[in-house]
Design a protein around this ligand. Structure first.
Ligand SMILES: [Zn+2]
Ligand SMILES: [Zn+2]
Length: 84
């Protein structure tokens, strides 16, 4: 698995897209509410949705971001499970 820096700062700054760290229809809104989002280029964005290990990284990253301000119990209450 590649280091996270390669995905957020891969050297490409064109076509930046917003990625919701915890994906899924219901989780998208929750990711919005808790600002669990990153801007990545289109290529990285495709990668993240197509490779399971990157999607796992994304969920963990989202939860870590959430837990800067909230507890793990709250995360589980909101998202239904823990990824860490
Ligand atoms: Zn996305
Ligand atoms: Zn990229």
């Amino acid at each position: 698995m590649k280091h996270r820096a390669e995905y957020e700062i891969c050297g490409r700054y064109e076509y930046l897209e917003e990625h919701h760290l915890i994906p899924g229809i219901a989780n998208r809104k929750l990711s919005d509410r808790y600002k669990l989002k990153i801007n990545i280029c289109r290529a990285c964005h495709n990668n993240i949705h197509n490779k399971k290990e990157l999607l796992d990284w994304s969920k963990k990253r989202g939860q870590k971001l959430f837990e800067r301000k909230h507890s793990r119990e709250e995360f589980i209450k909101v998202f239904g499970r823990s990824y860490l």
